[in-house]
Ligand binder design. Structure first.
Ligand SMILES: Nc1ncnc2c1ncn2[C@@H]1O[C@H](COP(=O)(O)OP(=O)(O)O)[C@@H](O)[C@H]1O
Ligand SMILES: [Mg+2]
Length: 235
């Protein structure tokens, strides 16, 4: 048995009358790469916000390495080894790439440079974040997360708006990160990417988990096709 790293049990999140997450169960084993898909507003980002401590779930339990993290602050969860990217990135716009990443390393310049090189940003390391392209901002998000030396990386849509070449590069990057032993929970709308890389896919619809399985099972699941995939050719 592979050891489970993260366990979400009956995780529920309400915003007033809206049930954004409704009893979601999710287990992630060490070394796995799990894809999280579903229509807009289905609760994907909310789940990442709950796991990373930005939101406190209304109900349910989230354990990371056997410890309940539901009442911990984002900073403490991050220190335990969970890092994330943001669907809407929030870089320090007037800091350079290196300075941005050094915020995550706590001043360790050498490790920041390694993360920058790993994400392919060496050429722009001294460029202010406000002058980066959209793709470079996304890569810097990943570099900042890796600079925290996570055990679990939560990725929230780093491919939307990218061109096919940039998407291919991002696929390679994510595959490489997984090879370093980091476990990944990955939200993405670019089906050809997530279906190729993820070993297991979890599907949310209106806050509920409607399916879970291998990419090829999910691609042929009637419920998932009706709720999300439609007529698209996805693999
Ligand atoms: N802070 C919040 N306050 C109120 N409603 C929220 C908040 N965050 C998310 N929601 C709502 O929760 C639902 C799920 O949102 P979200 O998790 O962002 O969906 P997804 O990432 O799958 O597109 C949406 O209806 C969204 O409007
Ligand atoms: Mg989202």
């Amino acid at each position: 048995m592979v050891e489970s790293l993260l366990e979400c049990k009956a995780v529920t999140k309400r915003f007033g009358k809206l049930l954004a997450l409704d009893n979601v169960d999710l287990t992630i084993s060490k070394g796995e790469i799990v894809g999280l898909i579903g229509p807009n507003g289905s609760g994907k980002t909310t789940l990442i916000n709950c796991i990373s401590g930005f939101y406190k779930p209304t109900g349910g339990v989230i354990t990371f390495m056997g410890k309940n993290i539901v009442n911990l602050k984002p900073y403490s969860i991050c220190k335990m080894g969970i890092a994330r990217t943001f669907q809407v990135p929030k870089p320090f716009l007037r800091l350079t790439v290196l300075e941005n990443v050094m915020v995550s390393t706590g001043g360790d310049r050498d490790f920041a440079l390694k993360c920058i090189e790993y994400t392919g940003l060496s050429e722009v390391k001294d460029v202010q974040a406000r002058n980066l392209t959209f793709h470079q901002i996304r890569l810097m998000e990943v570099a900042r997360a890796l600079a925290l030396r996570p055990k679990l990386l939560l990725i929230d849509e780093i491919m939307s708006g990218l061109n096919p070449t940039e998407i291919d590069a991002s696929i390679k990057l994510i595959e490489g990160i997984r090879e370093t032993g980091i476990t990944i929970l990955w939200i993405e709308h670019v089906m050809r990417a997530i279906m190729k890389v993820a070993e297991r896919i979890v599907v949310l619809q209106e806050g509920r988990k409607i399916a879970e399985g291998k990419p090829e099972e999910i691609a042929n699941n009637e419920k998932v096709i009706a709720a999300y995939l439609g007529e698209r050719h996805i693999i």
